[in-house]
Design a protein around this ligand. Structure first.
Ligand SMILES: Nc1nc2c(ncn2[C@@H]2O[C@H](COP(=O)(O)OP(=O)(O)O)[C@@H](O)[C@H]2O)c(=O)[nH]1
Ligand SMILES: [Mg+2]
Length: 515
């Protein structure tokens, strides 16, 4: 790039620049007065933009100086992008991305997302990890709301609601065959309470330990009408056995009949710092593989943060034998370069789990008859325990809990993720910052190219005007010349005629004289 020094502030700028972008001084020579006026106008605008950007009130990021620098820079870019001349049509998407980035930089939170299709067993697993049933589970699709769990001194539930614009988008995205959704929405007479909850400001309630289950159910369970209008729930737990910065996130299914909700999950995969993708251990279908490929494509810098869980392992006819066959298949598909990259990591990060079995064992003392029966039928699948009667379950409880493999999932979190979470988090922020920077550069390059096109166009039209003016002038000259020729001819004619007339008169004179 050819550069020159700004005569005012001395900064180096491109020699093709019109205005110094450090101080706003007009540095180009204007062709005429009109251009001089325009240049001055833009230099004034630039100066005022530079001074407003300089005095912006930045979001404070107390936990890391580098991240704070990133936030400052992004807030400047956001301010510039928000100028009406720039934001028109194209800038808004980029502004949204920048806002999300700034938001995630505010706190050093490490999100562990549990994703997968509806009924894969995500919520049941979260309950097994939490040690109590807090996430709603059911045979019908249940988790429609992004639900976050994190450590807190006092238990609380914080609820965020959809804005009317978001609700409008959500409503439009309901698939035509979402009969169950529509039916339940009508049965619960949700439309009648809609206006009460849409645009509602967020609610944060501190709760006594025993009441928290009811409170969570009220906002997240499909049995309660309010859940339709809830966008996100955050649950603070005093017995959440993880560092303060770790957040578990239960997500709506990726095949939710309300596309808006599954899109939220899809977008969330990009935000998550580690992903536990839940797939029923008996079914790795094409659709699920596609989801897994997407998960990997968003974690390409570190596939070790992706775990594929073969859920509901106890549902296999012969869990131990059948899973061996299944897992060999999964490893084959998922050790490719676009996934785990090698067989060893795939072997390690594909883990089977039977969360429901874990929860039944955990709550054994309070189980009702039908649940005891379920537990028995699962326990009977393990030949080595030789369990035939309900009474025999009790002495094998520890063993059954170990079989559920929940402790292994827990170990992955506490051994493979927690000790390295700060390092992972910084890497994620840096790579997300780089990605946004790239997009910003691209945006401005495109903007510059399209402005250049406009400039070329207007130059071209100026040329055209000049050409047609020249043409008209030339035509005028031609007309002038023609007129002159005509005049000459006329004069000649007149002279000739005059001569002829006087000749005629002379002849007539002569004739009359002789007559
Ligand atoms: N047998 C068995 N059933 C499970 C297991 N995990 C979940 N389920 C059942 O599968 C259904 C859906 O589970 P849920 O956790 O709500 O799935 P989600 O939609 O992925 O959150 C429920 O009826 C659960 O009881 C498991 O490990 N074993
Ligand atoms: Mg769920």
């Amino acid at each position: 790039m050819n550069t020159l020094k700004c005569p005012k502030c001395g900064s180096e700028i491109a020699s093709s620049a019109y205005i110094c972008w450090h101080c706003g001084e007009a540095v180009a020579e204007a062709a005429d007065q009109n251009n001089q006026r325009l240049l001055q106008e833009y230099a004034d605008k630039m100066r005022s933009l530079i001074s407003s950007v300089g005095s912006l009130d930045y979001t404070k990021v107390a936990w890391d100086v580098t991240v704070e620098q990133y936030v400052k820079k992004m807030e400047k870019v956001k301010y510039i992008l928000s100028q009406p001349e720039i934001s028109k049509n194209t800038g808004e998407r980029l502004i949204k991305r920048i806002e999300n980035f700034i938001e995630r930089c505010k706190e050093p939170l490490f999100h562990i997302a549990f994703v997968g299709t509806i009924k894969a067993g995500k919520s049941t697993l979260i309950n097994a990890l939490l040690g109590r049933n807090l996430a709603s589970t059911s045979v019908t699709p249940e988790t429609a709301v992004l639900t976050k769990f994190r450590n807190s001194k006092k238990d609380y539930v914080k609820v965020n609601f959809y804005t009317s614009a978001e609700w409008e988008q959500l409503w439009k995205s309901i698939s035509t065959n979402a009969d169950v959704f529509k039916q339940e929405y009508a049965t619960l007479k949700a439309d009648e309470v809609k206006s009460e909850w849409i645009n509602h400001e967020s609610i944060k309630k501190f709760i006594n330990n025993d009441d928290i289950e009811k409170e969570i159910e009220r906002w997240t369970s499909s049995k309660h009408v309010e859940h339709y209008f809830v966008k996100e729930v955050e649950i603070g737990l005093s017995d959440f056995n993880m560092p303060e910065e770790i957040v578990f996130v239960d997500t709506p299914g990726l095949d939710d009949a309300v596309k808006y909700r599954s899109d939220v999950t899809r977008a969330y995969i990009d935000r998550a710092n580690a992903v536990f993708a839940c797939v029923r251990s008996d079914s790795l279908t094409g659709g699920e593989l596609n989801t897994l490929y997407r998960v990997f494509s968003n974690s390409s810098d570190n596939p070790e943060k992706v775990f594929i869980l073969g859920t509901q392992w106890d549902s296999l006819n012969n869990p131990e034998k059948d899973w061996k066959v299944q897992k060999a298949e999964w490893v084959k598909y998922l050790s490719t370069a676009n996934c785990f990259g090698n067989v060893e990591v795939a072997q390690r990060n594909i883990v089977h789990v039977a969360a429901y079995l874990m929860n039944l064992c955990r709550d054994y003392a309070k189980l009702e008859r039908d649940k005891i029966k379920q537990l028995l039928s699962i326990a009977m699948k393990f030949d080595n325990m030789d369990i035939m009667m309900p009474i025999e379950i009790e002495e094998h409880l520890e063993e059954l809990m170990e079989k559920s493999n929940v402790s292994e999932v827990n170990r992955r979190i506490t051994h493979d993720i927690v000790p390295k979470y700060k390092e992972f988090l910084m890497k994620d922020i840096v790579s997300s910052y780089d990605a946004i920077n790239k997009e910003i550069r691209q945006f401005f390059e495109e903007k510059r190219d399209s402005l250049n096109e406009v400039l070329q166009e207007s130059r071209k039209s100026a040329d055209e005007i000049r050409q047609s003016y020249e043409k008209a002038e030339k035509e005028l000259e031609d007309v002038q010349a023609y007129r002159e020729q005509l005049e000459m001819a006329m004069n000649q004619l007149k002279v000739n005629t005059d001569a002829r007339v006087s000749e005629l008169c002379k002849t007539l004179d002569e004739m009359t004289k002789t007559a």
